[in-house]
Design a protein around this ligand. Structure first.
Ligand SMILES: [Zn+2]
Length: 471
């Protein structure tokens, strides 16, 4: 009788445990006495009154064959399972030990306060060294429960700084990505060897990323800057046939970059003796265009002995600050004056149209027409709207020799545009026009072989190829 009661009670418990494991993968922790958890191996086990009676507090009393308790570790979308808490701690400790060769930093498992559901995470703290002044952020491991809290400003050495004022070595270590740890009741097959788990989480994986083409990029430069071989970039992108394929600004290219799921951010103070450059000093000129610049002072490198604070994500340097230096040779910064006004752009002065004559030498299409074509022609029906290619002031509007009805517009960057063979003119001299504004209708006036728009751009009074400027 008593035996029967016991087994039906057990079945209910199996159901409860499976439901929680399958639906949420989280089991509820009843009580956390403090944020730092030293012994967390039994935190996930839900105690019931029968456990208290049995006296066996840590061991679940039922086992589903093929399933066992494990720790789930999730970084980004990657999940691994480790058998016990020691392995979890060891995996994270091994990861930071790669960068902290002195063993000054310790990985510890904490309650994850950013989660509503009870979950754990990993944090890195400095182990207190009794001979060190740097007591902030460190954990005294000799049984004390609280880190000694000394603001860093109070422990700076007083008076003149020297090289001796700085303690060299690794000063900070932390993980760059959030880590979630929960206990789960999982199929034993899913539980990994610590080496396999560490390799999935902390070693480089081929990660697909999108590279957005910047102005001036070439495929070979993209290959060098991303570290992805050129043939791999061509293979991955259907739009690319070979290394000569054209790419355009804002085009999105698929690339794979080697990147670990979990990376370590670490800061090291080192003493260096090196040549160094100062950053460029810019003088901003509000009357110049952004493509105008003049170098006033050429740079020269300096030479110093310094204490540098270098922060890296794994092996890649992300910042390098000089904390203290003794300069042996004074550097000179490059001084550049640069404009702030965005230069006007030029757009095609009509919608549609068929390009019938480009800029430059041609056979005279008609008696009286030039053999050197000073603009471009688009064949288009009479009456097509003609737009101002860029904003400016109308300089001429009327009949011009050869041009027929023509409009000239002067632009603020010194350029002039001309629109010829018009059937109708909508603007008058001195009028300001905006880019894209309708200024006229196309036609077939003047020396013209058929309805078309003749368009010119002049720089310093001389016609240039409009296609060098059209946007
Ligand atoms: Zn023409």
């Amino acid at each position: 009788m008593s035996n029967n009661n016991h087994s039906s009670y057990g079945l209910i418990k199996v159901g409860v445990i499976l439901k929680m494991a399958l639906l949420t993968a989280f089991l509820i922790v009843l009580y956390f006495p403090q944020n730092d958890i030293e012994d967390y191996s039994d935190l996930f086990y839900t105690r019931s009154s029968s456990d208290a009676e049995s006296g066996d507090e840590n061991k679940p009393e039922i086992d589903v064959p093929g399933y066992e308790n494990a720790y789930l570790i999730k970084v980004n979308e990657t999940i691994v399972y480790l058998k016990d808490s020691d392995q979890v701690k060891k995996m994270f400790q091994d990861t930071i030990d790669k960068y902290d060769d002195k063993g000054n930093f310790q990985a510890s498992i904490l309650r994850n306060s950013s989660r509503e559901l009870t979950a754990l995470t990993v944090s890195v703290n400095q182990v207190c060294d009794n001979t060190s002044d740097q007591l902030d952020d460190c954990i005294v491991t000799a049984g004390l429960e609280k880190a000694i809290d000394v603001p860093s400003s109070e422990i700076q050495p007083e008076g003149e700084l020297s090289f001796d004022s700085f303690e060299l070595g690794v000063k900070d270590v932390h993980f760059n990505e959030p880590v979630e740890i929960v206990q789960a009741y999982v199929k034993s097959d899913n539980i990994m060897d610590i080496k396999d788990a560490a390799s999935l989480i902390t070693e480089n994986q081929e990660t697909q990323q999108i590279y957005k083409v910047q102005s001036g990029d070439t495929l070979s430069e993209i290959s060098i800057s991303t570290g992805v071989p050129l043939e791999d970039i061509i293979d991955m992108n259907d739009a690319l046939e070979n290394e000569g394929s054209t790419i355009f600004v804002d085009q999105e290219l698929l690339i794979t970059v080697p990147k670990p799921e979990l990376s370590v951010v670490w800061t090291e103070q080192t003493r260096v003796e090196e040549a160094y450059d100062l950053p460029i000093e810019y003088i901003y000129n509000d009357e110049w265009y952004t493509n105008q610049k003049v170098t006033h002072v050429q740079p020269s490198a300096g030479y110093h002995e310094a204490i540098a604070s270098v922060t890296r994500i794994n092996e890649d340097m992300v910042s390098n600050d000089t904390l203290y230096e003794e300069i042996k040779m004074q550097p000179v910064a490059k001084v550049v004056e640069i404009g702030t006004i965005v230069p006007p752009t030029y757009i095609k002065p009509l919608a549609g149209g068929r390009l019938t004559s480009g800029f430059g030498k041609r056979k005279a299409p008609k008696a009286g027409a030039s053999t050197y074509h000073k603009g471009v022609d688009w064949a288009t029906p009479v009456g097509t709207s003609v737009y101002a290619s860029s904003g400016g002031v109308v300089a001429f509007a009327g009949w011009g020799r050869g041009y027929g009805n023509v409009v000239y517009i002067n632009h603020p960057d010194g350029k002039q545009t001309r629109y010829g063979h018009l059937s109708r003119i909508n603007v008058s001299v001195g009028q300001s026009v905006k880019q894209g504004e309708v200024i006229a209708a196309s036609g077939n006036t003047g020396v013209s072989t058929g309805p078309h728009l003749h368009f010119e751009i002049l720089v310093g009074g001389t016609q240039v190829n409009p296609f060098d400027y059209l946007y």
